[in-house]
Design a protein around this ligand. Sequence first.
Ligand SMILES: [Zn+2]
Ligand SMILES: [Zn+2]
Length: 218
Amino acid sequence: MIIKKRKKKRKSNIKQSKKLNDKPAISLISLPLTDRVLHDSKEKNVSPAVSYREESKRILKLIVYINEFDRLDEEGKQICRNNNCENFVCKPFRKYCSRKCSAEFTRWYNKNFYWRNIRNSILKRDNYTCQICGLKLNKKKRHNKKIENWLECDHIIPKSYYTFLGYSFDTLENKVKTVLEFLHNDKNLRTLCYKCHKGVTLNNFKAKALLININDDN
Ligand SMILES: [Zn+2]
Ligand SMILES: [Zn+2]
């Protein structure tokens, strides 16, 4: 699609960024999750479950920043951020060639990459109702209630399973793919109340710890 078109340009961009910064944060996540958790737990002499908890905290930070879409041509001139535009940037807009591209790209980015926007659209879709126990809240009172009554947005397939599903965060294309197809895919998201969310997360955590232990035995 749009992303494929820019494949060649992106690759040269990534090479350049590697030159500038020899220690890309991305290398941290190139190892399969299970390997990393096992490695961490051995190193720190703690159970895989504790390491897994730390690992999942790190995954929460893996979002795609808007400046990662910046592109340069072979001579280092900056190209418009907008996916399907190959114009050079225009001074008054700096990151874009025109006001139109700026608006178009920003709208696309905000809609797909800002968790708050995604979460709000899911809550609205589910009519502010917990999909397990049916607790319903008035959207305007969402934050006035006790924490036990808050509505949250849950990943049906937990976020940390992305490596098991073949997704990765190694290149910008893969990051975008992982976010759009998995992390922010509305089919994988649902509204849960605080209590149900806690229960579901705990069960997922147990299942994951079990999976890690099975791998450890082998
Ligand atoms: Zn443009
Ligand atoms: Zn509930």
